[in-house]
Write a protein that binds this ligand. Sequence first.
Ligand SMILES: Nc1ncnc2c1ncn2[C@@H]1O[C@H](COP(=O)(O)OP(=O)(O)OP(=O)(O)O)[C@@H](O)[C@H]1O
Ligand SMILES: [Mg+2]
Length: 336
Amino acid sequence: MSTSQQPRSESGDTTAGGSGTTAGATSEPAAGPGYSGAAAAETAPAAAGEDQTGGEQAEEVKLGPTGRPLREIPEPPELHTHGPATVLAMCNQKGGVGKTTSTINLGAALAEYGRRVLLVDFDPQGALSVGLGVQPHELEQSVYNVIMERSLPVDSVIRNTKLEGIDLLPSNIDLSAAEVQLVAEVGREHTLLRVLHPVMKQYDYVLVDCQPSLGLLTVNALTASDGVIIPLECEFFSLRGVALLIDTIDKVRERLNPKLDITGILATMFDPRTLHSKEVMARVVEAFGDTVFDTVINRTVRFPETTVAGEPITKWAPRSAGAAAYRQLAREVIGR
Ligand SMILES: Nc1ncnc2c1ncn2[C@@H]1O[C@H](COP(=O)(O)OP(=O)(O)OP(=O)(O)O)[C@@H](O)[C@H]1O
Ligand SMILES: [Mg+2]
């Protein structure tokens, strides 16, 4: 999908104007550009509605949490052959926004749809590995070794997980040395791309969980990727730094990887009960338009629980709203 890469300027090109492709653009009548998404989140703001609390009559167009009309996202087609993989980097230099949680759960949901998935832990903290029940300090070899030793085949370090269809390239604290050591390498930005190349045909999706920084490891992830998913927490400061992230993505596209695209912006930790969350959401949609996924991940204690359990939410609480949300995200990702 070719989305617009730039955050749309607040005054100029806004959501409804730029893109006629999605259902979202067709019916935003009364709201107009820069609608107050806060009010818009549950029911269409019926222009003439005298009594705003009476939701029943105004329910012709049901709006999703993004303030856009809800749409059905079709079941993805069954796959009979696999690969070559689409590589997606989960990236935001802000910490704690849901990169790792989204990597695990999107990966698990894609696997439920029959996609073969490789999850790459590209953070020395190893949270993705932990989230899949792997103890980073017990690893003999990790992504660090394949990055630094050209002769070490990547499939000797990739491991199966308890989850069908999901493999893991794990990481641990060793990877923190790579940032410094890679600087002296020729083609240092292409190291991850080179490492992944031999296994691309075995997978449908490779998801790279980036660390919260825009350093050389993240640039490696972007250079190896077809798309970027940017998780954004629905909090006041979440938009700070996104311009810098998009600038980095633009530079990588210009200089290192022309195919790099922003697959989507994923709003996470949304709290439908607070006006604040809704206001942040409205600003995000205003700034990024259709690049924002329809799927929104609510804030729920279920996610921290899954980390302790070492399982994705689709396994830990398969009928939960969180599991449903990541399945919907998987359908959106497959469709984009
Ligand atoms: N939707 C959610 N609701 C509530 N808690 C969540 C949600 N998503 C993630 N969390 C929790 O928030 C914390 C940070 O999430 P996560 O580790 O996925 O973020 P991250 O962006 O990968 O962080 P880092 O930048 O440190 O790598 C974790 O404890 C996680 O369990
Ligand atoms: Mg993380």
